[in-house]
Design a protein around this ligand. Structure first.
Ligand code: NAY
Length: 291
């Protein structure tokens, strides 16, 4: 079986009422997510508001989660604007016993393919941990070229890719170009389509609240039960549709509030908490299909 494969929550971040990182709220969230039966946690990614947190907060979060998640597979997302901070996060994760790393490509300037390749070459060489490349054009503003990805996937410590793109033909081509790489699919609402094209697992935001649903979805797919897989995927799609008008991360945080787990609001400039968002998510979380 592939390194690090399976269903992982893209772990969210607990913030206090002033917007600072809250170890206590993080622990409450971890406790809930760890009871979903998922293969592991993806820590410090987009869903964790990593683009809005400082490196020191991310280092602190890595440690809190490592202490909470004994026995669960932990992947630390360490993509940062500078290679220097990425390596600092990667070495801290290795020291804390994380099982894998992942990183966005450099994206704070319009870097060349050679710069992107050099970043991954240096980052994967900085620790012994397997590294998962992160393709997410909705966040970086542009896709990584197919040839560049194939080359990065050939680096010694690069174990695979987290593919969060709608370019399904590219996923299929990557699958065949790198049959031994672990491929995660990153859009929760269409996980089934990624799995059918060869994804070995998923990493997603809504797995935080609905982890059991995604475990069951993946199980149905692996068992070849298409009818059940379609039914479960439709529940996931309806949930994401409900989140979109509020915003995925603000909506998720309101969803946790609705089930009695306060993890704060999203950090500005992401949308603030609103009474309307809270009321909508309270109504959504009460629906039997999302229980
Ligand atoms: C991350 O790093 O946290 C992720 O990429 C998780 C994947 C999410 N994609 C993005 C762009 O954040 O779970 C998805 C996404 O929130 C979900 O499919 C709703 O569209």
């Amino acid at each position: 079986s592939k390194i690090l494969a399976g269903m992982h929550a893209a772990l969210m971040t607990g913030l206090d009422d002033e917007g600072g990182f809250s170890p206590d709220r993080q622990r409450a969230l971890d406790d809930y997510v760890l009871r979903q039966g998922l293969a592991g946690l993806y820590v410090g990614g987009s869903s964790g508001e990593s683009g809005l947190l400082g490196t020191d907060e991310l280092l602190a979060q890595q440690e809190v989660v490592a202490n909470d998640a004994k026995g669960t597979t932990l992947i630390a997302h360490v993509g940062a604007p500078s290679l220097r901070d990425s390596i600092r996060l990667a070495r801290n994760a290795a020291k804390l016993g994380y099982h894998g790393l992942s990183a966005l490509p450099p994206h704070s300037y319009p870097f060349t393919d050679a710069e992107i390749l050099a970043y991954y070459r240096d980052l994967q060489a900085a620790t012994d941990l397997p590294l998962i490349v992160y393709e997410v054009p909705v966040r970086t503003g542009r896709p990584i070229g197919f040839e560049v990805l194939v080359e990065v996937l050939g680096l010694p410590n690069v174990a695979g890719i987290k593919f969060t793109s709608n370019d399904m033909f590219k996923l299929s081509m990557l699958r065949r170009a790198r049959p031994d790489s672990t491929m995660f699919f990153g859009f929760d609402e269409i996980y089934l389509s990624g799995a059918v094209l060869g994804a070995d697992g998923g990493i997603g935001t809504t797995y935080n609240l609905l982890g059991k649903l995604y475990v069951a979805l993946d199980r149905a797919i692996r068992a070849g039960d298409l009818a059940q897989a379609q039914r479960l995927q439709t529940v996931s799609a309806r949930f994401v549709e409900a989140l979109l008008p509020i915003g995925v991360l603000p909506g998720m945080k309101a969803g946790f509030r609705a089930i009695g787990i306060e993890i704060g609001a999203t950090r500005a400039p992401m949308a603030a908490r609103t009474d309307d968002g809270d009321a909508r998510m309270a109504e959504i979380m009460a629906r039997p299909e999302f229980a």
